[in-house]
Design a protein around this ligand. Structure first.
Ligand code: AP5
Length: 243
């Protein structure tokens, strides 16, 4: 006999992955909104593969691959890399066996063209997006956050020197590796990234609004609270789908 929990996604935090079938999510928001911070929590909740284009590109730069060599100059300036370059990278991942039960995309799509490429790729696979999670934070808060952000060298775990400090200053709580500051977190570059966000990525939110896929979150709330709101929203979406 089915338990009352069978159709309720958020009965127990640790059993989410078992009750959610396919969850295709994208995280939208300005630089520093907390997309990476929330993605880490969503990955733990749902055991979904997580593809962050910023991380993929930084790894390619570090390894000196053709993708990294081409992307580096754009990234250092705080500009977007060309759509076709990053589009191919993401379509391959979404089409891969790992992403069959869903995925979390962070940092993609960032232009309407990229949103169209993703939409066409999903359609050709007979799939669709579940939701576009938009984390909203004003520009002044972005600048405050990014100037204090530190990331662990090994796995990219994220901290903030004041707002979310590690227990042992300068070192990652999770893997003990050294915390470093990102090249593009200098204030001038952050201001440029914000301009790029308003010019090129805000229209992506409008694109998904037209498809009724956008769910908005106040990114100024503490990380745990934002996480709670996202989980509750996904639970509601799932219930609506089942009705
Ligand atoms: P990318 O790495 O994607 O950078 P971004 O979008 O600018 O986002 P960030 O990683 O800076 O911020 P976040 O929202 O993840 O915030 P976080 O959780 O770290 O892209 C880098 C570059 O790659 C781009 O500029 C571009 O060149 C290129 N690129 C990437 N994707 C591309 C694409 N699709 N097309 C073309 N080019 C592309 O949090 C920030 C800080 O705030 C942390 O210190 C954190 O501890 C703190 N914090 C988080 N949440 C909270 C909270 N609720 N309250 C207080 N503090 C918080």
């Amino acid at each position: 006999m089915p338990s009352p929990c069978d159709s309720i996604v958020l009965c127990r935090g640790d059993s989410l992955a078992q009750v959610v079938s396919e969850l295709n999510l994208i995280l939208l928001g300005p630089p520093g909104a907390g997309k990476g911070t929330q993605a880490e929590r969503l990955r733990a909740d749902f055991e979904l593969p997580y593809y962050a284009t910023g991380d993929i590109l930084r790894a390619a730069v570090k390894e000196g691959t053709p993708l990294g060599r081409e992307a580096k100059e754009y990234m250092d300036r705080g500009d977007l890399v060309p759509d076709d370059l990053i589009g191919r990278v993401i379509v391959e991942r979404v089409d891969g066996a790992d992403a069959r039960d869903g995925f979390v995309l962070d940092g993609f799509p960032r232009t309407v063209k990229q949103a169209e490429v993703l939409g066409a790729a999903l359609e050709s696979l007979g799939r669709r997006l579940t939701a576009a999670l938009s984390i909203e934070v004003p520009d002044e808060e972005v600048i405050r956050r990014l100037s204090g952000r530190r990331m662990c060298e090994k796995n990219g775990h994220v901290y903030h020197v004041e707002l979310d400090p590690p227990k042992n200053p300068g070192f990652c709580d999770q893997d003990g590796s050294v915390l470093v500051q990102r090249e593009d977190d200098k204030e001038e570059t952050v201001r440029h990234r914000l301009r790029v966000f308003h010019d090129q990525t805000r229209p992506v939110i409008d694109h998904y609004l037209k498809q009724s896929l956008v769910r908005r979150f106040d990114g100024c709330r503490p990380p745990e609270e934002v996480h709670g709101h996202i989980r509750a929203t996904l639970a509601t979406l799932r219930l609506e789908e089942e009705l």
